[in-house]
Ligand binder design. Sequence first.
Ligand code: NI
Length: 168
Amino acid sequence: MALLPILCYPDPRLHKVAQPVQAVDERVRSLVDDMLETMYEASGIGLAATQVDVHLRLVVIDVSEQRNQPLVLINPEITWMSEERVKGEEGCLSVPGIYDGVERASAVKVKALDRHGKTQHVEAEGMLAICMQHEMDHLLGKVFVEYLSPLKQGRIKTKMVKAQKAER
Ligand code: NI
């Protein structure tokens, strides 16, 4: 297993659209393991392959308190979303230190393959529903800050670029 570098906003590679996984083979399972390790190490609750510069439709999630309930979603598709919407505070491993409110469906149903290539149906509400929508946005090349006002987005971009320069 290995820790993978996480792309930071406003890296243009975060806006690439991910392609479907063709076969859930050992290579994909090894990527899943690396992504889980990377997510846990960074204390995140979700990570999309896009964030580690792999442009495949694959996300890992763990919203459990004990950090022992990994959820692997390969080629995920939302099959239903509630009309009811909620505004929750979101953050992202690709936008460290930034948290802001985003409105999303309060519940969703998602169809995806698991790490063995088996079809699974996941019904979610609360934090898991929000996390799944956030991670699936990454696969479409969308980062949560893009839901914020242009003014806020500009400020965040400036802050991120400055922080990345300081790190170098
Ligand atoms: Ni994110």
